[in-house]
Design a protein around this ligand. Sequence first.
Ligand SMILES: [Fe+2]
Ligand SMILES: [Fe+2]
Length: 229
Amino acid sequence: MKYEYSIADVPTIGNGQLAKGTWENLDALWRAAEPYTRVRANDVHLPLSLHYAELLLDQHPEADPLVTRIAILLHDTGWARVDEKKIMTEGFQSVDWRVSDIRVQHEIEGCNIARELLPTLGYDDALITKVTDIIDGHDTDPNHNSIEDALVRDADRLWRFAPTGLAFSALWFNKTPNQIRHQLEDQVYPELITEAAQKMAQAELGFSIKLLQLDVLLTPHLFRQTSLL
Ligand SMILES: [Fe+2]
Ligand SMILES: [Fe+2]
């Protein structure tokens, strides 16, 4: 992973920037989705990821902002309907965590929740299908199918480069912050799709390394020997 952009160069949450675009108010959807956001820190992950998505939308005016914003807001609500104990043992810490049954299940349930909530708020079938097409496979299918899908995938990953997401990742994967830092550099960063997200990730992780003293506390190469996932 390269570090060509610092926190001073790129508008991102780490330097206090929020998106400049103005979009449809989603307060009613937040309230409807709230019962499904308590598990797995989704009441932190989802709002932060929405902000990252909106920052990406500022730079991708060709993307449909409503589809992108609703998809990122709801994408992980399905975790609320799967076995909570298995979220950690199978969804994060198993060898095949990325394609584990529990992970497929949270995608299916997220689509179900979208189909239940969105019609009650007046959203039509065409939008709901676009949203569920993104939620379906967002973790387990490596391919994206649209610019909105790409922005959701990038926003979903971006929070992990900042201290909040990095800290939750360290807990969930049972790793140290430096191990997570190298997981981000070696495995998550190459998965980012848009150049806008790559710049934000460089800025956020460079700042996290500074804030958390990751270049001071431990020798990075020691951790490259270990299994990170
Ligand atoms: Fe997910
Ligand atoms: Fe997510």
